[in-house]
Ligand binder design. Structure first.
Ligand code: FPP
Length: 239
């Protein structure tokens, strides 16, 4: 009998935490930490194909993050705009496919336009599938999905008796994405903070103390390789 090959994670999702503390420790404004964090996103995305990671999903802004100061929120929003503008060419050149998940209704129309444009420009690509969660909350996503599903039932487009897990999943923002195999959270907090609640039901979790701006591709590679050694059973008994 052949051994089942040990494979690495195909889809890694990351809760990028610790930018604020990283900046404060350096006597700098919190936005300085977010800028350093944005540079890490690029480095981690770059190393994914070499590690066999096909899907990378990053938590950039949560539905709870609006509670931060107006200055920090505005700074983050303009950082997202600049980031999309400065990275578009490189993402296309590398054949990346970019998606955004989360509720766009509350976002600045200029930012929403850039997001849509980047999605359209990369939709035929099949290199790294990079998904950015922006104004995303797992519960909010489930509520929005339930409303759409209920409307389809009410309009006669969907038979309620046929609704199963696959149907429910298809109504989520991540409808055409596989579930994450591995979820990493940086900065020492061991919480999932409303990230990919449905999708991470069977994911492995890795909580690391490193603050996001210090999270190097080498640390990432170590975690990804380590994952391959773990046993995933999805509730079944080992053969
Ligand atoms: C958490 O650190 C980080 C955020 C809320 C924002 C994440 C944003 C980036 C990494 C920058 C850009 C991302 C993209 C995709 C361009 P925190 O502020 O909660 O840190 P703290 O817990 O130390 O306060």
């Amino acid at each position: 009998m052949k051994d089942t090959p040990i494979t690495g994670p195909e889809h890694v999702a990351i809760i990028m935490d610790g930018n604020g503390r990283w900046a404060t420790a350096r006597g700098r404004p919190r936005l300085f930490g977010h800028q350093a964090g944005a540079k890490r996103v690029r480095q981690i995305a770059e190393v994914c194909p070499k590690l066999g990671v096909k899907y990378l999903t990053v938590f950039a802004f949560s539905t709870e993050n609006w509670k931060r100061t107006q200055d920090e929120v505005a700074g983050l929003m303009s950082l997202f705009k600049r980031y999309i503008q400065s990275e578009t060419r490189e993402l296309i050149a590398r054949g990346a496919r970019v998606r955004f998940i989360g509720d766009r209704v509350r976002l600045d129309p200029g930012l929403v336009e850039l997001m849509g444009q980047l999605e359209r420009l990369t939709e035929g690509n099949d290199g790294l599938h990079l998904t950015v969660a922006l104004n995303y909350g797992g519960r909010d996503e489930l509520v929005r999905a339930s409303k759409r599903l209920a409307r389809d039932v009410a309009a006669g487009r969907l038979d309620v008796d046929t609704v199963d897990e696959e149907t429910q999943a298809s109504y989520l923002d991540t409808g055409d994405l596989p579930d994450p195999d591995l979820v990493i959270r940086t900065s020492g907090e061991a919480r999932i903070s409303n990230f990919l609640l449905w999708q991470s039901a069977y994911s492995e979790y890795e909580f690391v103390d490193t603050l996001w701006p210090d999270f190097t591709p080498e640390i990432f590679a170590g975690i990804v390789r380590n994952f391959a050694a773990r046993e995933r059973r999805f509730g079944a008994v080992k053969a």
